[in-house]
Design a protein. Structure first.
Length: 578
């Protein structure tokens, strides 16, 4: 049950996919020459679908030593003639908040607060520098790698064309290649990796009607390694910049795999969806052409809106925890940067693990550079790339997993609100707790308990209002949906995005028919800029009527007035906490 909480939280639950690796002679598998490295594919199949997986391709220089906490750099161009088969998996250092254990129990039926309190207490007592478990064996600071998954038909066809052309050195010319989806995983900006969920065979298969797509997934730095800020000598939002570097890599190299750099869709869920939002608003819209043309944002989570003061507080907390881990005083960036990997890993584990309920501590925040302001403000002021086409959606019960079951009174609720908008004035707190989300528990405001009241508040602030902001900013041209398949928790839609058969996701049935339709919408949007295709229920643009598509097993095709077109989101759009 505890694992269920983790799976729901970041939407990265593995689905019982029927994907296998075919044992083939190495000489029969394609090798791509990237100039700086030679990379051999493995061959995978999910009958009757086959694809090449070019795994663990380096897209960034190792962010270690002097490069810790800095913007990423492209890999060295010095040529390595050793053929890399990509079988050595790598994930970035990561950690999970301790409250996830409680959330997993609570959402699966344990409502006894004494039992939940005991679990929380035990977790806190066990989380000490002396009890830190060894990291996953794949863990390395040198983790800036990506995977390129290419349908064999796309790769073989484009290479055959190239072989017939004297002097041809690539498999695509930017105008005839296949569409590309770049996946950005979720996990609160503190955990996850490019291999979760399982290989996207189902999504690729459903996209065959458009000639197929190429799927790319990258690692990016997490926690303190990627999102430490608050002091000179540290590049804020380094993890977001890792993602951007991977996109630029795609622009330079995807033609070698048969892809079209002018048909790139970036897609993410939860913090991955929030990352897509940060990229759409990059440089406040003044950074030139973005390295993608379309965006799919699933439950786009921007988490706690950190201001400079909060970033500095987290930096000081990090120094304090590092001092505890090392039993010596760590007081400068250079001292922190000089720590061993083991000590930094332990520091990250402790800080993230002790995060307040529903929080992850390390989050993106304004940096006056790539993220010049809060995304909601940038959208409201028109400071973003208006040329991007977007498809955006959220689930019906996003906030449940993040809302502490220990919020049971009015005082608990007010304290929790103060916690998620630190530094907000008392006038703001009063308006939020008395007018927007009043203490009325009769169901007329869609909640009957203090816990549900806070779940709605947090969901609006972190996730659901972001979908409304985007739809407004793109002046009704966005495609917006509501994923209302029960139980509608944060992350359960990912099982539909990557379904590969009639499997079940941690006890919640996945309707294979609906999954196929949902995947068709995604693939069609990536291929054409519109999710509509013959045989699919019509997916309208948002438009003046604020219309969203209801994605549900029982009433798919129904169109609703956006439930987020409300007073609450109108207020949050003003960024009152900044």
């Amino acid at each position: 049950m505890i694992l269920l909480g983790i799976a729901l939280l970041h939407g990265l639950a593995r689905i019982g996919a029927a994907t296998s690796t075919i044992s083939s002679p190495a000489s029969s598998l394609p090798i791509v020459d990237l100039g700086y490295t030679l990379h051999r594919a493995t061959l995978n199949f999910s009958d009757p679908y086959h694809y090449y997986n070019f795994s663990n391709i380096r897209f960034g220089k190792a962010p270690v030593g002097d490069f810790r906490f800095q913007a990423p750099l492209p890999p060295s161009k010095s040529r390595n003639k050793t053929v890399n088969d990509g079988q050595q998996g790598v994930i970035c250092p990561q950690a999970t908040p301790g409250w996830i254990d409680v959330a997993g129990l609570y959402l699966t039926g344990t409502t006894d607060l004494a039992v939940l309190a005991a679990v929380q207490t035990e977790e806190r007592l066990n989380r000490t520098p002396a009890n830190i478990p060894a990291p996953d064996p794949r863990t390395s600071e040198d983790c800036l790698f990506l995977d390129v998954i290419v349908p064999t038909a796309i790769y073989d066809s484009t290479h055959a064309k190239c072989k017939r052309q004297p002097g041809c050195k690539s498999t695509g010319n930017g105008s005839t290649g296949a569409p590309v989806i770049i996946w950005i995983f979720g996990g609160g900006y503190t955990y996850g990796d490019k291999t979760n969920p399982a290989a996207p065979a189902g999504l690729l298969s459903e996209s065959e009607v458009h000639g197929g797509i190429i799927f790319v997934a990258m690692n990016y730095r997490l926690g303190l390694f990627g999102f430490l800020a608050g002091e000179l000598g540290i590049t804020p939002n380094a993890g977001i910049l890792d993602q951007r570097l991977a996109m630029e890599w795609v622009q330079e190299y995807i033609h070698l795999f048969g892809g079209d750099p002018n048909q790139v869709t970036i897609m993410g869920e939860s913090s991955g969806g929030g990352s897509v939002l940060y990229h759409i608003t990059a440089y406040g819209g003044n950074g030139g052409k973005l390295p993608f043309q379309r965006g799919i944002l699933q439950s786009p989570a921007t988490n706690q809106p950190l201001k400079t003061a909060q970033q500095r507080d987290i930096y000081q907390q990090t120094l304090s925890e590092a001092s505890s881990v090392t039993s010596s005083r760590i007081s400068t960036v250079q001292e922190l940067k000089s720590l061993s990997f083991e000590n930094l890993y332990a520091t990250n584990y402790m800080v993230v693990g002790n995060s307040d309920y529903g929080s992850f501590t390390y989050n993106p925040g304004p940096d006056r550079f790539y993220v010049p302001d809060f995304p909601s403000r940038l959208l409201s002021e028109g400071r973003f790339d208006h040329s991007i086409l977007i498809m955006v959606g959220h689930n019906i019960n996003e906030g449940a997993i993040f809302s502490s079951p220990f919020i049971t009174t009015q005082a608990d609720y007010v304290t929790a609100v103060e916690q998620i908008i630190p530094g907000a004035s008392q006038e703001v707190i009063a308006y939020v707790t008395e007018t927007l989300y009043p203490n009325v528990l009769n169901g007329s405001f869609s909640y009957t308990t203090q816990n549900e009241r806070f779940a709605l508040t947090l969901s609006d602030l972190y996730i659901t209002c972001n979908t409304r902001f985007l739809a407004l900013a793109f002046k009704g041209l966005a495609y917006s949906y509501l994923f209302s398949v029960p139980p509608g928790y944060h992350g359960v839609d990912v099982a539909y995005t990557f379904n590969d058969g009639p499997a079940k996701d941690e006890g919640y049935p996945v309707n294979a028919t609906l999954a196929g339709i949902f995947q068709n919408y995604i693939g069609t949007f990536a291929a054409t800029g519109s999710p509509n295709y013959a045989g699919l229920p019509y997916f309208p643009r948002y438009g003046a009527n604020t219309t969203v598509l209801d994605v549900n097993v029982t009433n798919l095709g129904s169109r609703l007035v956006d439930p987020m077109a409300n007073q609450r989101c109108t207020y949050w759009y003003t960024t009152p906490y900044a």
